[in-house]
Ligand binder design. Sequence first.
Ligand SMILES: Nc1ncnc2c1ncn2[C@@H]1O[C@H](COP(=O)(O)OP(=O)(O)O)[C@@H](O)[C@H]1O
Ligand SMILES: Cc1ncc(COP(=O)(O)OP(=O)(O)O)c(N)n1
Length: 268
Amino acid sequence: MRTALSIAGSDSCGGAGIQADLKTMTMNGVYAMTAVTALTAQNTTGVRAIQEATPEFLGQQIDAVFEDIFPDAVKIGMVSASELIRVIAKKLRDYEAKHIVVDPVMVATSGSVLLKTDAVETLEKELLPLAEVVTPNIPEAEILSGMAIKTKEDMLAAAEKISKTYGCAVLLKGGHSINDANDYFYANGEGHWFEGKRIENPNTHGTGCTLSSAIASNLAKGYELPKAVKRAKDYISGALGAMLDLGKGSGPMKHAFDLTGEFAKEVR
Ligand SMILES: Nc1ncnc2c1ncn2[C@@H]1O[C@H](COP(=O)(O)OP(=O)(O)O)[C@@H](O)[C@H]1O
Ligand SMILES: Cc1ncc(COP(=O)(O)OP(=O)(O)O)c(N)n1
């Protein structure tokens, strides 16, 4: 069985972070492992408190995984502080980790800051150059590219700039635009759109975590990056389309939706 490691924060309400990653990887037919960067006291209305792991303890979790079950892919989500980012980068370099997907989580949809301002530079310097693909949303891409993104043309230019600056593929997510859910992919000097039909579901807690861990799962299974992204896009559309409605705020998605076609055959 193929395996994937999520290095991310825990979300006590189960919709984002490590919990979303475990559900997504499992539903995508991959054995999921974790290294927890922080605990959050969080629900669908917001993040109340954050307790970071120590850098030493985060390193021990990563060692414990790599020394026993070498992951076929690694997804990195919320990592709030520079010291934690440095430990992750060193371990991934030392172990020569494969298929690294970086979701540069900065601010939760609820508005809570999940990456300290002084750690943005460390993320850019240490983690992005290790990534096979980075998956910013529009506000995150504005920070990484240093450009305002207001139009589709801005998305193209920002993705190209991030890709060329950090030497990785970029999937710039369009979930924060109003009319559609089209994401722009740029790699090796070429770009194209992954189109998505916008689903009228206000419960989008954990969409970014889910998409990035679905990409990591599909890379772990041996799909080339564009196909891994396409399959992840289909997965997020299915999970949002299942229309789960829990909690008082932006609720989580349903992962145990009816997988159809190609997915269903493989995951069984
Ligand atoms: N209402 C929606 N309908 C369909 N797809 C969506 C919707 N909202 C977000 N997505 C998709 O979910 C993924 C995560 O996007 P986004 O919400 O922008 O990320 P984040 O959670 O990091 O802010 C993207 O593929 C995006 O296109
Ligand atoms: C622990 C933890 N990690 C990441 C997030 C952010 O999740 P994401 O899917 O990027 O976006 P929203 O859920 O905020 O739309 C989080 N909230 N908690």
